[in-house]
Ligand binder design. Structure first.
Ligand SMILES: CC(C)(COP(=O)(O)OP(=O)(O)OC[C@H]1O[C@@H](n2cnc3c(N)ncnc32)[C@H](O)[C@@H]1OP(=O)(O)O)[C@@H](O)C(=O)NCCC(=O)NCCS
Length: 164
């Protein structure tokens, strides 16, 4: 079956960005980008997510090459979670993470959740800035959350206006 394509966009540099569901053939690229981004996901974890909730596992392709991915899940029926997101070092600051997250937010909304949460390394200033720009606010702190002892900041974003 062909993967579902969620968005096609021309980037600032003129390249064609396509966001589609993860397929098994993407695993090597996803693992490379995940390791390079200092994420803790293993191939076993990504494969389990692909097996159990493939709908929220998306990749970004530029001119046919996978350059980023996002994993969106439901943590409760009311709340979504961004489990992982990373973009290839050579393709950062072109709006790719923003596009991936916006598609993920639409999916999470379509699953019935009213907000989305995530954890981010306290010293990951690039990601924290990205999330603030997209409307996330800090709501918690977990000391020594990561395997190397770094703390996590918890961030949350409402997916609807108060009036809705
Ligand atoms: C964080 C990450 C996903 C951002 O991906 P990206 O595609 O470069 O992000 P975008 O281009 O959509 O950035 C949108 C905005 O976020 C902020 N931002 C992103 N990277 C930034 C950086 N290195 N420094 C400061 N601000 C940054 C900026 O406000 C940026 O807007 P601008 O480029 O117009 O100034 C990417 O740096 C990455 O893969 N990092 C390693 C993995 C990681 O940390 N994942 C998050 C784990 S919680």
């Amino acid at each position: 079956m062909l993967p579902k394509v969620f968005a096609v966009k021309v980037l600032r540099g003129g390249e064609l960005l396509r966001i589609r569901n993860f397929e098994l053939k993407d695993l090597d690229r996803v693992m490379k980008i995940s390791r390079e981004g200092n994420l803790e996901g293993t191939s076993a974890i990504y494969l389990e997510i692909y097996r159990t909730c493939p709908e929220g596992f998306l990749v970004a392709e530029v001119d046919g090459v996978v350059v980023g991915f996002v994993v969106a899940l439901l943590s409760t029926p009311e709340e979504g979670r961004i489990f992982a997101i990373a973009v290839d070092r050579d393709f950062r600051r072109r709006g790719i993470a923003t596009e991936l997250l916006n598609v993920a937010f639409d999916l999470i909304k379509s699953w019935g959740a009213r907000s989305v949460r995530l954890e981010v390394r306290v010293n990951n200033h690039a990601a924290r800035r990205l999330y603030r720009k997209l409307g996330f606010v800090d709501f918690g702190y977990i000391p020594a959350y990561y395997s190397d002892g770094e703390a996590a900041v918890l961030m949350r974003k409402p997916l609807f206006d108060m009036a809705e």
